[in-house]
Design a protein around this ligand. Structure first.
Ligand SMILES: Nc1ncnc2c1ncn2[C@@H]1O[C@H](COP(=O)(O)OP(=O)(O)OP(=O)(O)O)[C@@H](O)[C@H]1O
Ligand SMILES: [Mg+2]
Length: 463
């Protein structure tokens, strides 16, 4: 022990011999330890942390905020682990992919507030202890602690697979097609793909292909030159150019009009495009991630989507399952989102056990987005420190068809969404007729943007 204390490469200083002993014990168990002060700055790291994360990374982080070593998801100002520790609680077995010199690797992280020893032989500045071990071999039982991945949280095996896939694609720039129901997290997943890709230092540019009429969308995507059409009073850089060296996220790709599908296919094949009104072609290196919540195969079968484009896009298909098929994720998501939503209102809230129960039992047809909205509602109605079942939106506490099983529920949902569409169609038609089909006025009256109105008219076949 004395030799190691003198060893200048040893990351623990001489006066902390007890820590060296402890870190040797943990090291034999393949675990590393990190000691933090009250401000979540790193005081000490054990040798094993160096083997886990890389020597430079481990030693240069002493004195720095721990989030630089173990990531913002857990240890940033709003990080789940930090919040728990600051509240005096311990957390065990959280998983995260942590950046190391050999790429990100899955680690299991436990942390606890440090109880000062009675003998006073430990460094008195230590406020928290973090224990880290490799988690490559971990299986996802769905009942354990959650995994954090680039702003995403989950504990289901299905999502672990998605995280693993994104991780494996780290050095790839293959085109990706994300599918999943509305609100499942397609946009956040696409951001995570970008953040873990060779293009991560470039921009992330999102385009909603369903929000604009064809001509506008074309110049939005490819740009135009002055005089290309009447309103083109100056040159305009399109999204493909804006996304140079970065990622272009094509959301609602199923809504892309057929003529633009042809153009996009060409860009994917030749990596070149032209601005509207110009013949010179421009090269693009933007990585394409497309997303859709419609069944593209059906769209292909019905002639609304080009088959060749479909296959060009789904070089790597990633499907995000609906929340009802990964119920293990509800609780960690609810806790994470509650913290985020309550934080926006400057509050700190917990769930009452029956509020949490009701959320676990609800089928969440609108997926994570519905969960987030429900919490937004509950936080604004709820008064106390604890979120009660009465604070939740009524449909969550009394789901109409939940008892009668999944199929009935699905039929119920289709029926109610069909009824909703009919009602919406009637409302839009009546408004349009009242304002003599002046779309600008109708949009204002309906409280939607002109592009949304345009899109809804198209979807509801109102012309
Ligand atoms: N695994 C996750 N971890 C944390 N937050 C999530 C996760 N999945 C979704 N969210 C949150 O849920 C909300 C909806 O996600 P997102 O916008 O990515 O869904 P979407 O699939 O693009 O939905 P839509 O089809 O309606 O556009 C966002 O606020 C997002 O941050
Ligand atoms: Mg989206």
């Amino acid at each position: 022990m004395a030799d190691r204390v003198q060893d200048p490469s040893c990351s623990i200083e001489a006066e902390y011999a007890p820590l060296i002993a402890v870190s040797a014990v943990f090291s034999s168990l393949s675990r590393g330890i990190v000691c933090l002060d009250h401000a979540f700055r790193v005081l000490h790291v054990s040798d094993r942390i160096e083997t886990l994360l890389g020597a430079e990374q481990a030693s240069s982080v002493v004195g720095r905020p721990v989030e630089e070593l173990l990531g913002r998801d857990m240890f940033g100002p709003d990080g789940a682990m930090r919040v728990a520790l600051a509240a005096g609680e311990k957390r065990e077995g959280y998983r995260a992919f942590i950046e190391t010199r050999d790429g990100a690797r899955p680690l299991s992280i436990s942390a606890a507030p440090f109880v000062p020893d009675v003998h006073g032989i430990c460094d008195r500045r230590v406020a928290y202890i973090v224990v880290v071990r490799p988690a490559e071999e971990d299986t996802y039982s769905g009942t354990g602690a959650p995994t954090f991945f680039s702003g995403l949280i989950a504990r289901s095996a299905a999502m672990a697979k998605v995280f693993g896939l994104i991780e494996n694609l780290r050095s790839s720039d293959a085109t990706i097609l994300l599918t999943g129901e509305s609100g499942t997290g397609k946009e956040v997943v696409s951001r995570a793909i970008h953040a873990n890709s060779p293009h991560r230092n470039g921009p992330f540019v999102a385009v909603n292909c369903g929000a604009l009429p064809s001509e506008l969308l074309e110049s939005e995507l490819f740009g135009h030159v002055r005089g290309a059409f009447t309103s083109a009073i100056r040159d305009r850089v399109g999204r493909f150019e804006a996304a140079a060296k970065g990622t272009l996220f094509l959301d609602e790709i199923g809504d892309l009009p057929l003529p633009l599908q042809v153009k996009l296919l060409r860009v994917l094949q030749e990596r070149r495009f032209e601005r509207v009104g110009e013949s010179r072609s421009i090269e693009t290196d933007a990585r394409i991630v497309a997303a859709t919540n419609v069944d593209l195969r059906r769209a292909v079968a019905e002639g609304r989507f080009r088959e060749d484009l479909f296959y060009r896009l789904r070089v790597v298909p990633i499907e995000i399952p609906p929340l009802r098929d990964r119920r293990e994720d509800i609780e960690p998501l609810a806790r994470y989102l509650l913290h985020r939503v309550a934080g926006r209102h400057g509050r700190d809230l917990q769930f009452s056990p029956d509020a949490l129960r009701a959320m676990l039992d609800y089928p969440w047809p609108g997926n994570v987005r519905e969960l987030e909205n429900a919490l937004e509602y509950a936080v604004s109605v709820g008064k106390g420190q604890t979120l009660q079942i009465e604070d939740l939106p009524d449909e969550i506490v009394h789901p109409r068809a939940a008892q009668s099983g999944g199929e009935e529920l699905e039929r119920e949902q289709t029926r109610s969404s069909e009824a909703g569409e009919l009602a919406e169609e009637r409302r839009i038609r009546q408004t349009l007729e009242r304002v003599r089909w002046n779309r600008m006025e109708a949009a204002k009256e309906l409280g939607m943007s002109r592009t949304t109105l345009w899109r809804r008219m198209r979807e509801l076949h109102i012309d």
